[in-house]
Design a protein around this ligand. Structure first.
Ligand code: G3P
Ligand code: CA
Length: 262
């Protein structure tokens, strides 16, 4: 027993076992005991924020084409679970097959009766201008989440690979924490500096493997680190060894089981 325990976040709801970004996956992850959920958001043609990773529909639904070219009503026609090996073929499971809007996800976590940390990643700030962040902040305000207080049951953190998106969030909702996601290491980050008031670095595990000094630079600067996507035993041992603050994983059960042995 060391006293150290990182936060565990279910990446896309825990995408290994169940179809990603579905309410069923998010509920399963909460039942398993994660601290929080990770979710990507993008805009539909008629301006709704939906929980969806890819630009295109084809990998994670039976639809085709770009998410951004369809209205929410059109997107609702498709099945978002049947592509996944974890989807039971003989059952009608709306929670595992329906497109999830951010609004539905926020309502569900508010009602779930336990504290939830929600990591929301905006895709793609350069392609859609400021609209994703503007609509996200508007939605957070509606749910009373844009000015967080320490005892709020639902705590939202916004993540992006684009410093521009973090700047927009800071301008509109300065109290909402942000994570600067990293695949590469810009020199300023290597020296412990994060853009636009961000206090959390979000390196990919590949970057942690090749540049572990990043973690100590962040710690010395008083920043936290949330590492993605930690699915393999060696990677989990690596990030636990560095005492990172958050582990984002497609396999929450595997991470939680390992933490139970600490
Ligand atoms: O949690 C951050 C991670 O999700 C970033 O990569 O491609 O899975 O959105 P991606
Ligand atoms: Ca993501």
């Amino acid at each position: 027993m060391t006293g150290y325990r990182p936060l565990v976040f279910a990446h896309r709801g825990g995408a290994d076992a169940l179809p990603e970004h579905t309410l069923g996956a998010y509920f399963r992850a909460l039942e398993e005991g994660v601290d929080g959920l990770e979710c990507d958001v993008r805009l539909t043609r008629d301006g709704h924020l939906v929980c969806f990773h890819d630009r295109r529909l084809s990998r994670t639904s039976n639809g085709k084409g770009l998410v951004s070219r369809r209205t929410l009503a059109q997107l609702d026609e498709f099945n978002y679970g049947s592509w996944h090996p974890g989807y039971p073929a003989d059952e009608e499971l709306p929670d595992l097959s329906r497109l999830l809007t951010l609004e539905r996800l926020l309502a569900a976590v508010r009602e779930c009766g336990r504290p939830v940390r929600l990591l929301i990643e905006t895709k793609h700030p350069s392609r859609y201008g400021a609209e994703v962040e503007r609509r996200l902040v508007k939605m957070l305000r509606r749910f009373g989440l844009a000015e967080p207080k320490p005892d709020d049951a639902v705590q939202v953190t916004v993540m992006s690979f684009a410093a521009l998106a973090l700047r927009r969030i800071r301008a509109q909702a300065p109290g909402v924490p942000t994570v600067y996601l990293l695949e590469l290491l810009p020199p300023m980050v290597g020296k412990g500096r994060l853009p636009f008031g961000s206090r959390i670095a979000g390196p990919g595990v590949d970057l942690v493997r090749s540049r572990p000094a990043l973690l100590s630079a962040m710690r010395e600067a008083g920043h936290r680190t949330y590492v993605w996507t930690v699915n393999e035993p060696d990677d989990l041992e690596l990030v636990l060894g560095h005492q990172v603050d958050g582990v984002i994983t497609d396999r929450p059960r595997f991470v939680l089981d390992r933490l139970a042995t600490m």
